[in-house]
Design a binder for this molecule. Structure first.
Ligand SMILES: [Zn+2]
Length: 78
C-alpha cells in the first residue's frame, strides 16, 4: 500500500492532512491499527495517485467503503 504513494513523506503528509484519523470511522490511524490508501476516484475511472485523490482509512473501513458503496471525501485542509 505504501507503494501507491511516491514516498514515505507523501504518506505522512496524507496522514497529517486527515489529522491522523480515518475518514470513515474518525478514529486514529496508527502503525498499530494499520491502514489502506483508498482512491476517491478509482484508478480504473482515471483517478490519479496524487494526494488530492487519496485518503487513508483502516483496513476494515476500506472494506466497508467497497461493500457498502460508501462515498468518501477528503477533509478540507485547515
Ligand atoms: Zn476507520
Amino acid at each position: 500500500m505504501v507503494n501507491t504513494l511516491s514516498g514515505r513523506g507523501q504518506l505522512i503528509r496524507l496522514w497529517l492532512d486527515q489529522e491522523r484519523a480515518c475518514v470513515v470511522s474518525q478514529q486514529r490511524i496508527t502503525a498499530v491499527t494499520g491502514w489502506h490508501v483508498h482512491h476517491i476516484v478509482r484508478r480504473v475511472d482515471g483517478g490519479s495517485n496524487a494526494r488530492a485523490n487519496l485518503v487513508m482509512v483502516h483496513v476494515v473501513c476500506h472494506q466497508k467503503i467497497h461493500s457498502r458503496g460508501l462515498t468518501v471525501t477528503k477533509p478540507a485542509p485547515n
